[in-house]
Ligand binder design. Structure first.
Ligand code: ZN
Ligand code: MN
Length: 257
């Protein structure tokens, strides 16, 4: 038996998994952010958690509680902060929280940590938190941390099958085909197919404005259409990306399966 969720273990079980089995600890990171009328606010956290669980099953890892809040939604990648429900952290808060958790896990003996990011805007603040934690524990510690955005693992072949009419790019893939298909695979009960809007893809200028212009963003909050999302695409993407992440972990951490 290899229970997955750190929060469900007793300290005795946890100690055995970390000290004796050198389990990899996954930290899923998401956001509380609008995802159009058809997906829930917690989409980024739900997907990073589901993918981390799938990979952890393959590598006998543990999944720490998810970071359910993320860095501020940007108009050109997440619609922006003007949507009700989009509830965000300052970058420094996110960095410091991840720094604390990574340092704590290392103090308990964890040496292999994988930060699974499901929210585009988190990227550099997670990187900063990891870097500060590594500085805290010092170069004599054997801690190593992998950070990833799961969509970077999709192969050309899978993208061609999921986007036969051409891939719009990950920034515009907000609440669109990728996330909607993955949600149909992992959380079908939370997807409202009947409410998918059919807006044209957003067309942003090559700069940002502060305060931002809400009128740049489609009123639905969806940056390109999710109409062609299917559960089959979700299963195809999930299977491929989970296998690819597990292979990267094998490569970096040389784990036994
Ligand atoms: Zn998202
Ligand atoms: Mn997001």
């Amino acid at each position: 038996m290899h229970p997955l969720m750190m929060g469900s273990l007793s300290w005795v079980e946890y100690r055995a998994r970390i000290r004796d089995s050198q389990a990899i600890v996954f930290i899923p990171c998401g956001a509380l952010e609008q995802h159009g009328p058809h997906l829930p606010l917690g989409t980024d956290a739900l997907l990073s958690t589901a993918l981390a669980q799938s990979v952890a099953e393959q590598v006998k890892g543990l999944v720490a509680p998810t970071f359910s809040y993320g860095y501020k939604s940007q108009p050109k990648s997440g619609g922006g902060q003007h949507f009700p429900g989009t509830t965000s952290l300052d970058g420094n808060s996110l960095s410091q929280m991840l720094r604390d958790v990574v340092r704590e896990l290392a103090r308990q003996g964890a040496t292999k940590i994988v930060v699974v990011d499901g929210h585009y805007e988190n990227q550099w603040f997670l990187t900063e938190g990891i870097d500060l934690a590594l500085r805290d524990v010092g170069s004599s510690a054997s801690l190593r941390v992998m950070r990833l955005e799961y969509w970077d693992f999709f192969t050309e072949a899978v993208l061609e099958q999921v986007f036969p009419e051409g891939f719009p790019g990950y920034a515009l893939e907000h609440a669109a085909v990728m996330e909607t298909s993955l949600m149909l695979h992992y959380h079908p009960d939370l997807v409202r197919l009947d409410l998918i809007p059919d807006d044209k893809p957003a067309d942003f200028p090559p700069y940002d404005m502060f305060p931002p212009h809400p009128e740049w963003v489609p009123a639905s909050g969806v940056l390109s259409s999710a109409k062609s999302a299917t559960v089959e695409k979700g299963q195809l993407m999930a299977t491929q990306v989970v296998n690819s992440i597990a292979a990267a972990i094998d490569h970096e951490f040389k784990i036994e399966r």
